[in-house]
Design a protein around this ligand. Structure first.
Ligand SMILES: [Zn+2]
Length: 118
């Protein structure tokens, strides 16, 4: 399975990449608050606080990683505070890459081959 930002958090990816530009300011404000709050935030989605993300190999017990939280916060701040709440897509690209790299390094279990004697 390919792990990238859109497979890790398809809901938020779809909102930010496909819907954001078409939303009204009050809709954006509501989503921005969700993006920064528990459990509706990005890492809430990734950690399986919504289905079906528990398929990823993470400790799915509502502990969370401070690095994930930090990068998630940075991703939320790809949205520029101003009259139109514009999304800085270049910044989002950059933060997504950092997030996915961190995720692969820190949270994807390495496959270990074990030979069982019979
Ligand atoms: Zn993490």
């Amino acid at each position: 399975m390919v792990i990238n930002f859109s497979t890790l958090c398809p809901t938020w990816n779809n909102i930010l990449r496909n819907k954001w530009k078409k939303l009204k300011r009050n809709e954006k404000l509501k989503l921005f608050a969700e993006l920064r709050g528990w459990p509706s935030c990005l890492i809430g989605e990734i950690y399986g606080w919504r289905d079906p993300y528990s398929r990823f190999s993470v400790e799915n017990d509502k502990k969370y990683c401070l690095t994930c939280e930090f990068i998630s916060w940075q991703i939320a701040h790809s949205i520029i505070n101003g009259p139109d709440l514009i999304l800085d897509e270049a910044l989002l690209d950059e933060k997504e890459k950092i997030f996915v790299n961190h995720w692969l390094d820190a949270h994807v279990k390495k496959v270990v081959m074990v030979q069982v004697k019979t």
